[in-house]
Design a protein around this ligand. Structure first.
Ligand SMILES: NC(=O)c1ccc[n+]([C@@H]2O[C@H](COP(=O)([O-])OP(=O)(O)OC[C@H]3O[C@@H](n4cnc5c(N)ncnc54)[C@H](OP(=O)(O)O)[C@@H]3O)[C@@H](O)[C@H]2O)c1
Length: 329
């Protein structure tokens, strides 16, 4: 049996390497479910891998995209048959395997296809895997956050936006940064209490002013090299930073003494390498927020499968205001 899929057999620019074609339909292996994909979710990691940033291709042909949503149509050995017909959200769909969600069908470990509440759309389900799991880990590293103030940089980005939503769901107060009025709206809609335009305002002054001079307990960060020189000013003693990116530079320079004497911890976050025994805990946190209707990330656009290359280019442009999703008709 064959299926339609988008795939690449060498890395390079999206328009050069992404192809649409018929490939063999996967089967559910032991412990796996086969999902009819309805929506595939795009993340920066998908375009970086396709572009060759992550090095050699680990497989001769790759169907990209880690995130997605759809309906279980078959189960492998060891998976209960009642799962057939279940609406699911997929996370880590292409982790260490060649076939992701940019296809009519994908086979994934049963634990990577979790029940989507009836009132939550496939679009939302396909949006949350990488962003919400990253945000959940970054927040958990800050310890119990109820009643605390969390600072989320880049609150209009998808990880940042998920972090605002999860932090609010956990009972925290959230301060965030954006670079434009349009992005401020995305952050406000997510529930941020204070939104700072980091292009036009002094971030340290704004965070201190929003906290009555006390500073914040935890920071979820998109760009460590950009923020380390100043962050000690607005972090409380014994505070923490969990950073999942450092696009301004891979070797940040910062005044270590300022951090050391305030007992501030700096954590790195790499979503695919979170300890395996912690992943289900984080997935439960994500599910709880999903059920509560708190994780409907903004959508920039939904395009059909043949337009996947254009979707990758839009992701690379940095102009997206929300998730870029692929509809699999
Ligand atoms: N380590 C991990 O496990 C992990 C997991 C997920 C994502 N990531 C990486 O994290 C980055 C963001 O992912 P995403 O899905 O959230 O991407 P996204 O939706 O494209 O959002 C990125 C956001 O970061 C903002 N930003 C960039 N530099 C900033 C700065 N110095 N201060 C404040 N905001 C800043 C951007 O807005 P402006 O440019 O307008 O400010 C944009 O809103 C990507 O590089 C991705 O590969 C890493």
């Amino acid at each position: 049996m064959m299926m339609r899929a988008c795939f690449y057999e060498r890395t390079g620019p999206a328009a050069d390497v992404l192809r649409l074609g018929e490939v063999e339909k996967p089967e559910a292996g032991d412990g796996e479910v086969l999902v009819r994909v309805m929506v595939s979710g795009l993340n920066p990691t998908d375009v970086k891998r396709r572009g060759g940033v992550r090095g050699e291709m680990p497989f001769s042909r790759i169907i990209p995209h880690f995130d997605g949503a759809g309906t279980v149509v078959a189960v492998g050995a060891g998976v209960p048959a009642f799962r057939i017909g279940e609406r699911v959200w997929i996370w880590e769909g292409q982790l260490r395997r060649p076939c992701g969600t940019a296809a009519e069908f994908v086979a994934v470990p049963a634990s990577r296809a979790l029940k989507l509440p009836d009132d939550i759309s496939f679009e939302t389900g396909a949006s949350i895997g990488v962003p919400a799991m990253t945000a959940a880990r970054a927040l958990r590293l800050g310890g119990p956050l109820e009643g605390e103030t969390v600072f989320v940089t880049g609150g209009a980005g998808m990880v940042g936006n998920a972090a605002i939503r999860l932090a609010k769901h956990a009972g925290a107060r959230v301060i965030t940064t954006v670079s434009s009025p349009e992005k401020a709206t995305l952050a406000e809609t997510a529930g941020a209490d204070t939104v700072v335009n980091y292009k036009t305002e002094d971030v340290a002054e704004a965070v201190l002013s929003a906290t009555g001079g006390a500073g914040v307990r935890h920071m979820v960060d998109v760009d460590l090299a950009a923020h380390l020189p100043e962050a000690w000013r607005y972090l409380k003693p014994n505070a923490s930073i969990a950073s999942y990116g450092t696009q301004s530079g891979t070797e940040p320079r910062f005044p270590f003494g300022k951090y050391m004497y305030k007992n501030i911890a700096i954590f790195g976050v790499a979503v695919f390498d979170i300890p395996e025994d912690e992943k289900p805990v984080l997935a439960e946190t994500v599910e709880a927020a999903l059920k509560a209707g708190r994780l409907d990330l903004p959508v920039d656009r939904i395009v059909p499968l043949p337009e996947t290359a254009a979707a990758h280019e839009h992701q690379e442009s940095g102009r997206a205001l929300g998730k870029i999703l692929i509809r699999i008709d």
